[in-house]
Design a protein around this ligand. Structure first.
Ligand code: PRP
Length: 178
């Protein structure tokens, strides 16, 4: 483990929880195809593990969303930077996120996707920071609710570093934070 990091959720804890989430999602969607839409970049590792934990036939898609600056506000200033390559009309959609923080990204995204007339839309997130919420978001599948700590690893970054850590870690206080 690199210096300045404390393991917050171990690889084993993460994998165990994802297996449970996979079973729940498989039960809820006995028939496919389920369109799993991962939001880049942070969700890419979670998507890879969650998709393999789900037995429902799935189709995998990616979207890119950018927010204006790090100091996100409830104004909802986000935009699509990479759109879907396919239509989701009439299909079950599961948005896959690494973390829900203010809820601004998902509020916007759900609105955008809803206009494309899917059969249903639900959200799965590995991490949820409810203390930071500015916009209420209905999240159907939550891996872990966590306190307001800056976490990295398993897809989550600090200035683009640490995404490839197997564990989710807290940056220690002596490390500069965004
Ligand atoms: C993170 C995360 C969500 C969003 C959640 O992405 O992956 O998409 O922030 O925050 P919110 O609930 O406050 O909107 P980020 O902008 O860090 O981009 P990245 O996934 O490319 O690291």
């Amino acid at each position: 483990m690199a210096g300045g990091l404390r393991v917050f959720l171990s690889e084993q804890q993460i994998q165990q929880r994802i297996a449970e989430m996979g079973r729940e999602i498989s039960r809820d969607y006995p028939q496919g195809p389920l369109y799993m839409i991962a939001i880049l970049k942070g969700a890419f590792i979670f998507l890879a593990d969650l998709a393999r934990a789900v037995e429902t036939p799935t189709r995998i898609e990616f979207m890119g969303i950018s927010s204006y600056g790090k100091g996100k506000t409830s104004s909802g200033e986000v935009k699509v930077t990479k759109d879907l390559d396919v239509s989701i009309e009439g299909h079950d959609v599961l948005i896959v996120e690494d973390i829900v923080d203010s809820g601004v990204t998902l509020t916007y995204l759900r609105h955008v996707l809803q206009q494309r007339r899917p059969k249903s839309i639900r959200i799965a997130t590995l991490l949820d920071k409810p203390d930071r919420r500015l916009r209420p978001v209905e999240v159907s599948y939550v891996g872990f609710q966590i306190p307001d700590e800056f976490v990295v690893g398993y897809g989550l970054d600090y200035a683009e570093d640490y995404r490839n850590l197997k564990d989710i870690c807290v940056l220690q206080e002596n490390v500069p934070r965004p």
